[in-house]
Design a protein around this ligand. Structure first.
Ligand SMILES: [Zn+2]
Length: 306
């Protein structure tokens, strides 16, 4: 991570390489770091990736940055309120279609649908329930952006409808727009039922098997060493899983009691988010047959090793 680089200015175009620039949205927060990165791809004809939150000033900043050039596609990595709500307004303004994997729950697994139906709501970033793309992109679909291929990669985990976009400006070198799957500042939030750790780890393996030159994330600085960053994410999760398994060896526990035992040095305000994280691991361990819940899968269920 190149955290020594200056922070981009909100509302201004920050160029990174020919055909790739960014406009930072005015939504800095503990969940979004310095705000959402809205990407402009192409030189003569454009695609916009993640228009960002519903914000009139950000819409104007994007229109200034587009500077009258034709926009062929509006791409959305996932339907969280810091990424997708401005898409429709921008689509109407520049007359371009919205392309994404699907609505907020597209791609959600049955056990997560059951958890959602039981009343568990997503934690952390808000869901854009109204989001509907004009064109559905499936895994590996390719579109043309300013004469170069842009490939959609279904990378569920942070959210079930999450896509990364690989942009190929020459045969050797691909830039990957990594959304919130791999970010420039922190590990990704995986909060059930919208977040799915089993899917997240599989998506990490998908990215680890690629050979991208650089990642342009939804938040934070570009990632110049993608392979190392993805490996760090995988290791970080495996370490947490090992801690949870070790603690469960002493007897059955709930997500809450495990969180109190494991996160001893955490600001109490962050404990609910930590508990979601532990629940994500418990559900993942259950899916993989390493643990079982003593009642129906729920945030208050007691889990044991098996
Ligand atoms: Zn985000």
């Amino acid at each position: 991570m190149s955290d020594t680089n200056p922070q981009p200015q909100v509302g201004k175009v920050t160029p990174f390489e020919p055909g790739i620039s960014m406009v930072l949205a005015p939504n800095a927060s503990p969940m979004t770091y310095w705000g959402t990165n809205s990407w402009l791809v192409g030189e003569n004809r454009l695609a916009i990736i993640d228009p960002g939150p519903m914000d009139a000033a950000h819409l104007n900043a994007l229109i200034d940055a587009i500077d009258g050039r034709p926009v062929d596609h509006i791409l959305v990595t996932h339907a969280h309120v810091d990424h997708s709500p401005l898409a429709r307004k921008l689509a109407q303004t520049v007359d371009a279609p919205i392309l994404a994997f699907g609505s907020a729950t597209a791609g959600q697994k049955p056990h997560m649908q059951a958890l959602a139906a039981s009343g568990l709501a997503g934690g952390g970033e808000g869901i854009d329930h109204d989001f509907t793309p004009d064109i559905i992109l499936n895994d590996n679909d390719v579109i043309q952006v300013d004469g170069h291929p842009m490939q959609a990669l279904h990378t569920p985990g942070h959210m079930s409808n999450h896509l990364c976009f690989a942009y190929e400006t020459s045969e050797q070198t691909k830039a990957l727009f990594s959304g919130d799957h791999v970010m420039g500042w922190a590990s990704s939030l995986v909060s059930p039922p919208d977040g799915d750790l089993t899917a997240f780890m599989a998506s990490c393996e998908t990215l680890a098997a690629r050979n991208d030159r650089i990642y342009y994330p939804g938040h934070g600085h570009p990632i110049a060493n993608p392979a190392a960053r993805v490996q760090w994410l995988i290791n970080h999760r495996k370490k947490r899983e090992a801690q949870i398994i070790d603690t469960l060896k002493t007897g059955p526990q709930t997500a809450e009691s495990l969180t109190r035992e494991i996160y001893t040095d955490v600001n109490p305000a962050l404990l609910p988010a930590a508990e979601r994280n532990v629940l994500a691991h418990l559900i993942d361990l259950t899916q993989r047959g390493h643990a079982a819940s003593q009642s129906d899968l729920s945030p208050t269920a007691t889990f044991q090793l098996q």
